[in-house]
Structures are given as C-alpha cells and as structure tokens.
Ligand binder design. Sequence first.
Ligand code: SAM
Ligand code: SF4
Length: 439
Amino acid sequence: MSRHYHIATMGCQMNEYDSDHLGQLLQAEDFKPTEDPHRADLILINTCTVRDKAEQKAYSLLGRMIGLKKRKPGLVLGIMGCIAQQKGSALIERFPGLDFVIGTKELETVPRILEKLTREGGRVVAADLTKRSMFSSANPGYFKDRVKSFVTIMEGCNNFCSYCIVPYVRGREVSRLPEEIIKETEKLVEQGVKEVTLLGQNVNSYRSGESQAEGGFPSLLRKLNNIEGLLRIRFTTSHPKDLSDDLIHCFKDLEKLCGHIHLPLQSGSNHVLKSMKRGYTREHYLELVENLRRVNPDVAITSDVIVGFPGEKGGDFELTLDVVKKIGFDNLYSFKYSDREGTLASAMEPKVPSHERACRLQTLQQLQKGITLHKNRKLVGRRVEVLVEGRSKKGNELTGRTGSNKVVNFDCESELPGDLVQVRIENAYANSLRGEFVH
Ligand code: SAM
Ligand code: SF4
C-alpha cells in the first residue's frame, strides 16, 4: 500500500518553492501527496518566523497535528522552514510528538532521515546552515496542469536589516548557476508551465561568476527571455539599494518580463530607514520610481511597509504616508513591527506601544485601499492581456492575471489555462477586475 505525505506551507514563496522541491523528492521515494492530513503517513509543517504572529500560527498547527498523531501512532511528524532552522533541538524538547526537525538547507536529507526513523526509531534534528543546499531538477510530470511556477535563483541574505530574522535562518547569499536555472525553467516549460517567478530574498544582487555585466541579474533575465514556450517572467524581491539602471531598462527591452516590480520601501522617513539599516533614502527611492516609470509608464509597483519600528515618531509615520501618496503604489503589504529575537532592532528603544502600531497600520491600510481602487478603476475601458490560470473561486468564470499582476475574472467558454487572451476591463474592485473576453 502506498504511503501519503502532507506538507502544510506557511510564509513566503521561498517556502512554497521548498515544499514543492521536497514534494518531488518524496514522490521519488514512492510517497503520494494528500491534501488531507488525516490520510497522511507523513506530515511536514513548513514554517515562517518573520513575525511573531506567523510563529504562533505554526505552533498552533503543530499542536493540532500532535493531537492527530495521538490518534494515529504510526504517523511521522516533521517541522521544517525558518522556525525549524532557528530553534532546532529546542523544538524536539518542547514538542514530544515531533519526530524530526530539518533546517532550511537540509531538504535533501529528508529521505535519509525517514529511512533512519523507520530502521532505528528515535528523533532527528538536522539544521546545518553552512551546508550548500542542492537544488535538484524537477521530476517529470510534477508540474503538469500548472500554468505558473517559482524558480529559486538565489538563497540567503547579506543585508541584515535591523528588524529582520531572515539572514539568521536562511544564511548568506548564494546564487545558483545560470545553466541550472535555465535547465530547470526549460523542464518546467516542457511540463506546460508558461510563467516563472524568479525567487530570492534579494534577487537583484544575484551574481554568478566574476563580472557583474555578464553574471548579474539583468544578464540572467536576458537569457531566460530567450526560452521558447515561456510566456512570462516575474521576479521577487528586489532591494531598492541594488536596483540598477540596467535592470530598470529590462522593463522596456525584454518582452517576456512582466510590467510589475515589488520594491519594499519599509519606511518613508530617512531617520527610520537609517536605523533599519536599509541603505537608501526616501529621495533615492522616489528617484528609482521615477526612473522606472520613465522607462515603462505602465509598470505596476507594489511594496512592503513596516509601521511602528522602534523610535518611529508620529512625524516619521506622516513621512511614510506622504511617500505612499506621492508614489501611488498598485498594492501595499503593511505590517506592524514585531520584535524578532537576536535582531538589532529587538534591543532598540523606545518601542512604539502596541495600540499605536495598530492605529498606524489601520491609517496606512485605509489610505492604500483608496489608492489601489483608484488605480484599478483607471483600467476600466482598457484592453489588457491576461494569462488564463483556471476557473475562478465561484467556478463559473475564468481567472488570470495581467502582466501587472492584477487578478482578472471574465466569462469565456473556449479558452484554456495557459492561454494568453485579451480582455476589456468593465469593472474594478479593490482586489480584482472584471472584464469581457475580446479574443
Ligand atoms: N527580502 C525582502 C526585502 O528585502 O524586503 C523581504 C523579506 S521579509 C520575508 C518580507 C517582509 O516582511 C519585509 O519586506 C518586511 O516588510 C516584513 N518584515 C520583516 N521583518 C519584520 C519584522 N520584524 N516585523 C514586521 N515586519 C517584518
Ligand atoms: Fe530581511 Fe533586509 Fe534581507 Fe530583506 S533585505 S531578507 S528585509 S535582511
């Protein structure tokens, strides 16, 4: 009888990519995937620790899975991702039902760990951050029926922004070889994938080989742009301090590169940006946006902002609101500052009181809601190109995204997932657009 695995993925796209990667390894070991944890013989929780809320959510899921294991003693339970990397063996001590803990560079060891657990029993912790993680190529058929896929091009981060846990749990920056990335993308295209999103904590510091001109991120984009059958390329996340003119020009020169950039601002106050150790000023950020829009006036810009960073005064927050108004982001992901153990900011004072952080977040989100709606409404009457992804949640219409990453729903009988179609926008909402199929 075949064994089933279930992976619950929390957090960012990097984790989704890792879960896919592990899924392929498990399928090569004759495991079959299941969405239902009750049917699983192996459950893995892929965790995020970027904010306290994400960490608590992971513990609560782990608690529920330990409850499940009490009713199904043969079940093997593992934890992976950023919490696993950070806490290591402390998790084994705290959660008696847990069988193994694997760090962010240990995916390839899972088959061996499972073999060891079957053979000898016991409990295993593998969390060596100095390992070079090996990316294996896609299993044939794994991505069949998928229109989009992630491709990790670099791991880790060297920036050590003062609030951020990522460099401690993902290690230093390591870029993959362009040949490996191209091969993986070609395999995805063979399986029917039409759009890839290149992933890295800091994709624009991607560097392979000696020369930045030949081994840098724009050069990789140009190579991927030549892959036949691939329709769209996206990437995330870019750091403003590494956004070169060469990369900005790719938004004009490369026809497969989607007109969307996610460029985290974090704060509009120079004083806060400095204590965050971001390496740019608000003026520089505004100039980058101007340059991007000069090259491609339709480019969609989205961003991340943290409110209530230690020492952020009312005036600093006003400066953030001011930049948000000036730029008019297409969308904004905003977060209340959350103390992360071991980061520089966790020792900074004064902390902004929790109710004040909540109040600032609400003000910012209200402002952005209006801006997003206004931007979406400007598309009414315009024709946009949509990559069809499948049926919408309601099931009776097709859904896809524009190059600018906006969700579009429309009625159509004939088109299939993976087709690029023209849609005229009829209605705009805060989170999606509705249109009429043109051809
Ligand atoms: N590498 C990306 C970058 O440079 O922005 C994103 C990394 S992080 C996983 C995603 C977002 O989480 C960040 O852009 C930041 O806004 C937010 N974030 C990170 N640490 C945080 C913290 N301690 N409290 C609140 N938000 C945080
Ligand atoms: Fe974290 Fe800064 Fe690195 Fe992004 S660039 S992952 S926010 S340390």
